[in-house]
Design a protein around this ligand. Structure first.
Ligand SMILES: [Fe+2]
Length: 149
């Protein structure tokens, strides 16, 4: 159970860091296609934000506290909480990279939850993986226009 709990904390902090990055990109993006990027980052942050509360509550259901310090969140997610302002397509590439890691991470934690007999939690993680698959599609389709991938 400790391994599952630690993995859940890592997944939660990574999800939170991804949410924050997408929201800051939504605010700070600039360029000719501003509206398209602003909207896409908006769709992503809103979807991920909707998962933050159930994510935290799933940690509480395992009888543990939710990490509450920015420094701690930054450390366990392995993500830098400070968000830079790169060009729009670079923002897309950064989110795609983070999103791929999150998609894999959700699958890994899913397997741990399933093995521990935590089937409700496994369902939640399966849905998170699927949501990240969809974000990956949107981000990849946007980057493909540029020939970067
Ligand atoms: Fe907004």
């Amino acid at each position: 159970m400790d391994k599952l709990l630690n993995a859940m904390k890592i997944a939660f902090a990574s999800e939170f860091a991804f949410y924050l990055k997408a929201h800051v990109f939504h605010w700070n993006v600039e360029g000719a296609d501003f509206n398209d990027f602003h909207q896409m980052f908006g769709d992503i942050y809103a979807e991920v934000y909707g998962a933050i509360d159930p994510f935290a509550e799933n940690i509480r259901k395992l009888d543990a506290y939710v990490p509450g310090k920015f420094q701690e969140m930054s450390m366990i997610s392995g993500a830098d909480i400070e968000v830079e302002v790169p060009p729009a397509m670079e923002m897309v590439a950064i989110l795609l990279d983070d999103n791929e890691k999150l998609t894999k991470l959700m699958g890994m934690v899913y397997k741990m939850a399933d093995a521990a007999g935590e089937y409700g939690l496994a369902n939640f993680l399966a849905e998170r993986q699927d949501a990240h698959r969809k974000h990956g599609w949107m981000l990849r389709a946007t980057l493909k226009q540029t020939g970067r991938i």
